[in-house]
Design a protein. Structure first.
Length: 262
């Protein structure tokens, strides 16, 4: 993307400057012809940045605008189009549309599984992560655990996909009251995340702390859990704002912890 019309928007997004990234990306999209590839990519960046500011319904609408352009320009089976579908589906989880996310992530994972190369491998893992999240959200924790373990076995690269899959596994274990195992997985995810470049850590801000807090609370370590939940809330508030689903989750957990303390 270096030297292209979307380079600045991409750099702003990777730096976690989501409002600026959105504004720049939308300006690029408006300035170019409708079927221009960079206009489509700019819409994708705008959708990502909008979602990361907690405006999930607006982000989904932007994905809906970008998807037909991606299909026309790149083709329905291109990894960029499939990635857009995966990102769009995972935005649905923030709107409580878990069954729709489940179906779409399963379809993308299957399509990516038929492809080759590192992009398709990462995409398959990312789509399976969305599926794991959707299953957990529906209380289907054993299914989520099995899928997360299968996806981790298939994706051996120590990248962001491995981090979020381990967090999904931790969430499934917490959901089954297997909190010691969940704590181990969350700690492993934390170690992996710390080794990633800065630009790959921003989207998952607060997620590790949330997984750790839930496990610690399940182990009746309420003070430790509260510290992690408070750190998650503070980080999410600074990065994503008060309306982002992860900020809301952290705030809800804090309230729950405070309600159980003397």
């Amino acid at each position: 993307m270096a030297g292209t019309p979307v380079a600045e928007a991409k750099a702003l997004y990777e730096a976690g400057r989501y409002a600026e990234a959105e504004a720049e990306a939308r300006a690029v999209a408006r300035s170019r012809p409708r079927d221009d590839a960079y206009a489509a990519v700019a819409l994708n960046i705008a959708a990502l940045a909008t979602g990361d500011q907690g405006r999930h319904a607006e982000a989904l609408a932007t994905y809906d605008e970008a998807l037909p352009a991606f299909s026309r320009i790149f083709g329905a089976d291109h990894w960029l189009t499939l990635k857009l579908r995966s990102d769009r589906a995972q935005q649905m989880t923030s709107l409580g549309r878990y069954t729709e996310c489940e179906a779409e992530c399963a379809a993308v994972a299957e399509a990516a599984g038929r492809g080759t190369g590192p992009e398709m491998s990462f995409l398959a893992a990312a789509a399976r992560n969305g599926l794991v999240f959707a299953l957990n959200a529906q209380g289907r924790h054993q299914e989520a655990e099995a899928l997360a373990r299968e996806a981790l076995a298939a994706h051996r690269v120590r990248d962001r996909a491995s981090v979020v899959l381990r967090l999904g596994l931790a969430r499934s274990l917490n959901g089954q009251a297997r909190h010691e195992e969940a704590l181990t997985e969350a700690q492993g995810a934390d170690k992996l995340r710390r080794a990633l470049p800065d630009d790959q850590r921003h989207p998952d801000t607060g997620a590790v702390e949330l997984a750790l807090a839930n496990a610690l609370l399940g182990l009746h370590r309420a003070p430790d859990a509260r510290r992690k939940a408070a750190a998650a809330h503070e980080a999410c508030l600074a990065s994503f704002g008060p309306d982002h689903s992860r900020t809301v989750e952290a705030r809800t957990l804090l309230e729950r912890i405070d309600g159980t303390r003397p």
